[in-house]
Unconditional design. Sequence first.
Length: 226
Amino acid sequence: MSEHLHTLPGDIERTSLSIIAQELADLGLTPAAENEAVVRRVVHATADFDYAKNLRFTPGAVAKGVAALAAGAPIVTDTNMALAGVSKPALARLGGAAFCYMADPAVAAAAKEADTTRAVAAMHHAAAVHPKAVFAVGNAPTALFALCDAMEAGDFRPALIIGVPVGFVNVVESKERLMDLCQKLGVPAIAAMGRKGGSSVAAAICNALVYTAAGQLDPAARGWQG
């Protein structure tokens, strides 16, 4: 048994991803090569192979997201939890940064004045400040609706929208609207269709893209042991 016991972080991650790749193959769920890093990292973060079936990608979404991040595009999240999960060292290598405006006093004031949620106000603010960002929504379907409204209302066209809110109210509808609109407008998008998702999934997708852009998919390239 001891030869199978991994204690170094790099070994654990590398072996986990290898197991995931084999089990996806056994289930007949091997993703397209261009989407493989995203699917595997989401399964790694959740231990849930359903994501191999419910993750949806507009054409070239991963490549376009990677290219934007490689050029220094920022990441905007809808929760501080997702923000905390994004690899800041890898993002910094690309000249990028990550932001969340949910706790911003000005956003709170704007939400109160408009009688809306902070998620909506935060997305409107971020769309104005970072119009070419990668937006990652893991919690609030209202945030996805706000991004869709902004795209329909003007020339707001972000680099990529990751739509993976979790829950039971407006969640399915927000993802369906996102994917329909993004395909219509040619905006890259990745979504976890159905009820599943969450901040950890949003962060996992961001990290798959960031690590790809930074050439750090293997943990050894991030300075991890093993």
